[in-house]
Design a protein around this ligand. Structure first.
Ligand SMILES: [Zn+2]
Length: 379
């Protein structure tokens, strides 16, 4: 069987050798940029350690692997940020915090993620890893194992342990201080620096670099039946983020560029109605998928990077958004003296603030004003 993780073969080999030497750790911290395969690797390693017939990969067909198909295995505990749809007590199971609809989304996403480990397991309005989720670890892992194998606790977006004054992080610290037997915790995060040092120091850190463009392109050609040219364009756009690349491969590039064009027209309009449309678009997109909004801001930052490139090297051809190069040249001709570095910083600050759950409207308003001032700069 071939492992369905793009790139990162060295990391997989390292985990295999840990297994071969029977030196599986109690706690790992998988850190690295979005779409580098942290969660995918954690999911596949968990199923590998429980597989009844493993080779260099899980077998994907034994009874244990079948349960991992939908991420419903008794030895697997998956912890992700939850919304507080309902008020719950401190001893309640975390699922009780979810509205029926949200619980359904969770089950559906888990099944999808078992099949495609690059799917994002994100629930609407989820901002916190609830302390109830951490309390549940204790109940589950100190119980006698129902099945042989290794108990696996995977925590995605682990930086969200830190909301609510870090109460969940503190609770997790107690688990890490007395690691339960035959159990491995894997924390995955893009933002390890936001975690307590005391948590980081109790985990073995494994750093996931962004995946090489050539590997992403090959993956898209083979797995999505794309032409070499399209595969290269998308690999370049996604900058080593496999999740983004896969979602781009499945979507209509024309639609994506037209969304970007609309956002741009609102952002640069400097008019009340344009700004209103931008704020409304941001709110609607954020509600359905913060990751999607982050992706759109990424494209916005590419646009201004390309515009900066055009401004500095007249006729620049090495654009990230190469399919929009004529539009970028026109844009740059119109805003010849714009302060693009300032605008790029503003877009990136905005993206960072979104990941920290700052107030959406304020964050977007700041961006609008920065862009307006940056475009009208006479530097
Ligand atoms: Zn198996």
């Amino acid at each position: 069987m071939k492992l369905d993780i793009v790139g990162q073969q060295e990391i997989w080999n390292r985990l295999l050798s840990v297994f071969d030497r029977n030196r599986i750790g109690n706690a790992y911290l998988f850190q690295g940029p979005a779409g580098s395969g942290k969660e995918a690797m954690a999911v596949r390693f968990a199923s590998f350690l429980n597989c009844q017939n493993p080779s260099d990969t899980p077998c994907f067909s034994c009874p244990s692997c079948s349960k991992f198909d939908s991420l419903q295995h008794p030895n697997l505990m998956l912890i992700v940020p939850f919304p507080r749809d309902k008020v719950i007590d401190k001893d309640d199971p975390p699922l009780k915090a979810l509205a029926t609809k949200t619980a359904e989304i969770l089950t559906e996403l888990m099944t999808k993620k078992g099949e495609d480990p690059y799917i994002k397991l994100e629930l609407p309005r989820a901002k916190t890893i609830l302390i109830n989720s951490i309390r549940e670890i204790k109940e589950k892992v100190y119980l006698k194992a129902v099945e042989s194998g290794q108990k696996m606790i995977l925590i995605f977006e682990a930086e969200k342990l830190m909301s609510q004054q870090g109460e969940s992080a503190n609770a997790l610290l107690k688990v890490l201080e007395e690691p339960p037997p035959d159990t491995t915790l894997i924390l995955c995060t893009e933002f390890p620096e936001r975690l307590f040092d005391t948590i980081r120091s109790r985990c073995q850190a494994i750093y996931f670099p962004a995946v090489m463009e050539s590997q992403v392109a090959l993956h898209l050609e083979e797995g999505f039946n794309l032409s070499r040219e399209d595969a290269m364009l998308i690999a370049h756009l996604s900058q080593g983020n496999v999740r983004m690349a896969r979602s781009l491969a499945d979507s209509d590039l024309g639609e994506i560029t037209s969304t970007l064009q609309s956002m741009l027209s609102w952002v640069v309009s400097g008019t009340e109605s344009g700004w209103r449309k931008f704020l409304a678009h941001g709110a609607v997109t954020y509600r359905s998928s913060p990751a999607e909004l982050a992706f759109q801001f990424k494209l916005l930052s590419y646009w201004f990077r390309d515009a900066l490139h055009a401004q500095k090297f007249n006729g620049g051809s090495r654009f990230i958004l190469s399919m929009m190069k004529d539009d970028i040249h026109k844009f740059n001709a119109r805003y010849a003296s714009a302060d693009y570095p300032r605008i790029i910083t503003a877009v990136e600050t905005c993206t960072d603030s979104l990941s920290r759950n700052f107030q959406l409207n304020l964050v977007l308003m700041d961006l609008l004003m920065e862009v307006r001032d940056g475009l009208n700069s006479r530097s």
